[in-house]
Design a protein around this ligand. Structure first.
Ligand SMILES: [Zn+2]
Ligand SMILES: [Zn+2]
Length: 589
């Protein structure tokens, strides 16, 4: 999306918020509420107000308000800007404590206040900008209602918030509403509960999800796969403890930068940090070796859990957590080796997200220095690192955009944005060059001349974090995982008790081949068993009646509804193993 488009959309949404307020005043009169505030957001707008006396609005009132909003749009009212003095503004809004509070906070008495007026009847304090006329707001929808504290502070009054969205075409709005619906259907918190993948315990706390056996299978498969695609590329596994002396993070500089988010542990004699990141630990592993240029690059890999004290209100399911298991890795290399190493990481990322079916529409942000930022490291190193990232992006045909001034102070980076099955974007992989930590920890290796040389560090993560990635996977696949990831790959369904023995024989054969299978030996009707397996999104249901038992066969039904009929057990095993081994996204064709 170009900036012009998103600016336009922002104006449409902000104007829609004014139209909402105007519609409410028309419908209910000006004395029923105080307008507090109403900004445009990334996907719509909201309007906060204080209801007065017994005034109450619910989602049932939305059709009526929307109809009035559409009327205002059709009236094609001009939206005009005017400027007044601070004193005039205070007079104009004297009856509204929220507007007055804001005006009182302006200390410069000469400041010019802008007001936007819609038609003849409605005006509000507003910095703008807005569209020129209400008719430019082509599609409006009110979405939900919630309570919200003034300034987000629970010590303040609770206001009412209406969320809505607006677009410049009906089609765009329909598309957005479809995604909203789909997102609800795919919500990983609900699927995770229904499929018994993970648990949030009040005794343990929000943001500290527990994995159930089925969730752990998913995570283990993802982790194994990640290691599979790293181990042939020169990576070595390392392990680091969860707590550390403060000194480590004082040396790294993180204590100062992230101090607020670090959990502290009081030992009997010493204070410790729960580690908020793994980088400084890996630096210690590197530095205990006397590496020479022949050993470079050195590549460490560790799926490691870090802890960050996020605000309780922001914690949610698997995607906003306090225990974060990064599929972390650090590479130590010479500047001349940067390009090859980055290229190798990019190939890992492409393979991983290709397997997950997420390469459609992905893009990459190449963050480089800007003219005004403060950066650590020499100009020469920066130039070489930025060139290496850019060359790889070109050579690997990455759809990349350059973010000037978006580099970290310690180095340039590549961030990967992937789209899930309903087009939502997730920032997942990252490749970051770092010239800072090697300095802080005085990392060196011995070069050809027998001198100490400073390596560059590359931080990289492929899935980002295993918790968040599991959440993204649940929503991406809507709980219907590819066969290789499915916690239960086949459910064996005997039609009557007479087939239980044969069912268990089939189970043993599948298990022997490493296939995750279960027998449903409940005394339910076959149709009920099939329905339950389908709800669980199990890829294959193997129905067994007398005929199958006699011919050493299974009648295969797929979760997509396809009925493959009876096939020999050995054939089914060959077919499912092929799907598993190739990590296929398909069922049996
Ligand atoms: Zn406004
Ligand atoms: Zn790192």
């Amino acid at each position: 999306m170009s900036n012009q488009n998103s600016d336009q959309l922002h104006q449409i949404r902000h104007s829609a918020e004014h139209i909402l307020t105007q519609a409410m005043i028309r419908l209910y009169g000006p004395d029923k509420f105080f307008m507090a505030m109403g900004p445009a957001t990334d996907d719509g707008f909201y309007f906060d107000f204080e209801p007065l006396n017994d005034f109450k609005i619910s989602e049932e009132d939305f059709p009526k308000i929307e109809a009035e909003m559409v009327k205002i749009v059709k009236e094609n009212l001009p939206i005009t800007k005017s400027e007044i003095s601070l004193d005039e503004a205070k007079k104009l809004f004297s009856s509204n404590p929220y507007k007055i509070e804001w005006l009182e906070s302006i200390t410069n008495r000469e400041e010019v206040i802008t007001i936007y007026t819609t038609g003849q009847e409605f005006f509000d304090l507003c910095a703008g900008p807005h569209v020129n006329s209400t008719s430019e707001v082509k599609a409006i929808k009110l979405l939900s209602i919630a309570g919200a504290y003034w300034h987000g502070d629970e010590k303040n009054k609770m206001l009412t918030r209406i969320y809505g969205t607006a677009f410049d075409s009906k089609e765009e709005l329909e598309k957005y509403l479809f995604i909203l619906e789909e997102a609800k259907r795919r919500d990983h918190r609900i699927i995770g509960k229904n499929q018994k993948l993970f648990t949030i315990s009040n005794l343990i706390g929000a943001g500290l999800p527990l994995l159930q056996p089925k969730g752990m299978i998913l995570r283990q498969e993802i982790e194994n796969y990640l290691w599979d695609i790293h181990k042939n590329k020169g990576y070595q596994r390392v392990w680091t403890p969860h707590i550390t002396k403060e000194a480590l993070y004082v040396t790294s500089g993180h204590a100062e930068k992230f101090g607020d988010n670090i959990f502290r542990v009081q030992g009997k004699e010493e204070k410790f940090f729960m580690k908020p990141m793994n980088c400084p630990h890996h630096m210690q592993i590197f530095t205990d070796n006397q590496f020479s240029y022949r050993d470079m690059p050195v590549r460490y890999f560790e799926p490691a859990t870090v802890y960050r004290d996020e605000k309780t209100g922001e914690l949610s399911g698997l995607t906003r957590v306090r225990s974060i298991t990064q599929d972390d890795g650090h590479l130590f290399c010479r500047v001349s080796q940067l390009e090859d190493e980055i290229s190798s990481i990019v190939s890992i990322i492409k393979e991983f997200f290709g397997t997950m079916g997420m390469l459609d529409g992905y893009w990459v942000r190449l963050s480089v220095r800007g003219p005004n930022g403060k950066y650590l490291g020499t100009d020469e190193v920066w130039q070489k690192a930025e060139a290496a990232l850019k060359n790889v992006s070109e050579r690997e045909n990455l759809p990349y955009k350059i973010g000037i001034d978006e580099a970290a102070f310690y180095g340039p980076k590549l961030d990967f944005m992937f789209k899930d099955a309903i087009g939502r974007e997730w920032q997942l992989s990252t490749i970051q060059c770092d010239f800072n930590l090697p300095e802080r920890f005085d990392l060196t290796f011995i070069n050809e001349k027998g001198e100490k040389e400073r390596p560059v560090v590359i931080h990289r993560a492929i899935s980002g974090s295993l918790e968040r990635f599991l959440g993204v996977m649940i929503e991406h696949f809507a709980g219907a995982f590819p066969v290789w990831l499915s916690p239960v790959q086949a459910k064996i369904i005997p039609i009557t008790d007479a087939q239980h023995e044969y069912a268990n024989q089939v189970l043993a054969q599948l298990k022997e081949q490493g296939i995750r299978a279960e027998v449903d030996d409940r005394s339910e009707k076959m149709q009920a068993k099939i329905r339950d397996a389908q709800l669980e999104k199990i890829p294959f249901m193997l129905v067994i009646g007398g005929r199958e038992a006699e011919s050493n066969a299974v009648a295969v039904r797929q979760r997509d509804g396809q009925d493959l009929g009876a096939i020999p057990v050995s054939d089914f095993i060959a077919k499912i193993k092929d799907l598993i081994n190739t990590k296929s996204l398909n069922l049996i064709k």
